[in-house]
Ligand binder design. Structure first.
Ligand SMILES: Nc1nc(=O)c2c([nH]1)NC[C@@H]1CN(c3ccc(C(=O)N[C@@H](CCC(=O)O)C(=O)O)cc3)C=[N+]21
Ligand SMILES: [Mg+2]
Length: 283
């Protein structure tokens, strides 16, 4: 029983291959999409993600630059950099790595990013446009989750979907996107009663709560699609998802291991958003 374990490498290389073709064609016309990533402070995990993002850009031919600022950077200095990037015509996507140091308001920084360059899809205008069904830049992890589900060959319309987690960056936008695909959507959280019973009704279960191995087989309907958004660092240094993979793998249908699928897909959707933003800005 391994054929239903979703192959992240295959998925990501298919999509990145198509992105590269389109970017190569633009480059042949003398136009290259550009991404700026801003990292404030020295969080080691963030440093790894930022390096992975730069590597992925290079792979598909997106120009990228990383701005590393010290932890003591003031909010005014960061807003000043964002303003410069907003006006830089060779930059089409801006990503300010979160979390930011406590003395800086994340809301103020996100609000300052040009809506057309907000490749994280975190700006309130992009969030609002998603919720009312207008075109927008979609948040990367949620967009990746939908792409993974579609590529299992599942028709989402009419299915029961349960999302565990209601964060602004994953749970809520995943629920919104599943609704847009005509699923019947339930969102569970820390105050939900009968969570196991609700989850067992799901044809599609998306887990984003940040608790290692929280979801066991009692949460899973036989054959259900299980998408694990969690990345938790265990005491032994290994990564684990929010799903107890060994416990769930035999009962689930298509299932994502951690690491290997949702993380690399998130970065792939960032590349896709940067291309989309570049085409929009180019007109
Ligand atoms: N403005 C902003 N946008 C983000 O999209 C954003 C952010 N801030 N802050 C941090 C989180 C986290 N994040 C990840 C992306 C890829 C992997 C990834 O590729 N993970 C690999 C494993 C990497 C490892 O070994 O640690 C995997 O799951 O296979 C993980 C985490 C994006 N984030
Ligand atoms: Mg959440």
């Amino acid at each position: 029983m391994t054929q239903h374990i979703i192959d992240g490498k295959q998925l990501v290389s298919d999509i990145r291959g198509k992105l590269k073709e389109e970017i190569d064609a633009l480059a042949a016309e003398g136009f290259r999409p550009g991404l700026a990533v801003v990292l404030v402070g020295e969080d080691p995990a963030s440093a790894v993600y930022v390096r992975n993002k730069a590597k992925a850009c290079e792979q598909v031919g997106i120009y990228s630059e990383v701005h590393r600022l010290p932890a003591e950077t003031t909010q005014a200095e960061l807003l000043d950099l964002v303003d410069k990037l907003n006006r830089n015509t060779s930059i089409h996507g801006i990503l300010v790595q979160l979390p930011l140091p406590k003395h800086i308001s994340e809301d103020a920084v996100i609000d300052a990013i040009a809506v057309e360059k907000d490749v994280d899809g975190f700006h309130p205008i992009n969030v609002g446009n998603l919720s009312i069904g207008k075109p927008s830049l979609l948040p990367c992890t949620p967009a990746g989750v939908i792409e993974i589900i579609k590529r299992t060959g599942t028709d989402i319309a009419g299915k029961r979907a349960v999302v565990i987690g209601r964060s602004n960056i994953v749970g809520k936008p995943v629920a919104m996107l599943l609704l847009r695909e005509n699923a019947t959507v339930t969102v569970c959280h820390s105050r939900t009663a009968n969570m196991k019973e609700l989850c067992r009704e799901a044809d599609i279960l998306v887990v984003a709560i940040g608790k290692a191995k929280f979801v066991t087989k009692e949460f899973v309907k036989p054959g259900a699609i299980v998408i694990d958004v969690g990345i938790n660092r265990l005491d032994d240094g290994k990564l684990a998802g929010d799903v107890d993979f060994a416990d769930v793998v035999d009962i689930a249908g298509p299932i994502t291991p951690v690491p290997g699928v949702v993380g690399p897909m998130t970065i792939t959707m960032l590349l896709q958003n940067t291309l989309q933003a570049a085409k929009t800005l180019r007109g």
